[in-house]
Write a protein that binds this ligand. Sequence first.
Ligand code: AMP
Length: 225
Amino acid sequence: MRKYVMMGVQGSGKGTQSAMLCRDLNLVHIGVGDILRWHVQQHTKLGAQIRRIMAGGELVSDDLVESVIRRRLADHDWNYGFVIDGFPRNGRQAEFFLESYDIDGVIHLDLPDSEVRRRVLNRRLCTRCGMDYNIIDDRPEVEGQCDVCGGQLTTRPDDTPEALAARLREYHDKTRPVLELFRRKEYVLNVDAQPDPQTVQGVIRARFGLPPYRPEPEMPVPSGA
Ligand code: AMP
């Protein structure tokens, strides 16, 4: 059983790296932001409570996030372990987590704020499958449309300059100290998040002694297509 925490500033690739780590290792990816966004998109009661907070780039209350995590982990669909991304984000959440679950490692994706701004302000998200794109480095083949599922691409409501400034502030004030706490417990693997995703994944796997990442083979194009 392997349990990892993926940490890093907005746009550092937490979701991408978590998904790559989970794919062939049978780990479950628990993206807290994704779960919260799902509630907003589905107009649940919880979604109505958090929509404005999220759009402004502020952190949702600890009680609420802890109950989301508790409920998600209570599903026990993670026989081989999990990668949790976007949690913990402050001291109280870290305490809750360390009291409730043992962890094998914390991956810290390190990215300078200037690169964060460039990535986040050019990010587009598929409304259907959640795949993300960058309109500078990783453009979809057809503008505004997801290459994978054909869904419509949108900008996340919190990917604005104002909300990003608030999220960066939250990160430096509240989340960085959590990293220091984990670092004292010698859990933290620091990874430069600037190279391409496969290189970053390679570093993570090598440092944890995990099997190398193998990208999925391209689907063969049927002849005559
Ligand atoms: P993310 O997708 O990780 O960038 O998260 C998007 C937003 O969800 C954040 O800006 C917060 O509003 C909320 N959020 C995600 N994780 C947490 C958390 N652990 N604690 C509080 N708020 C969170």
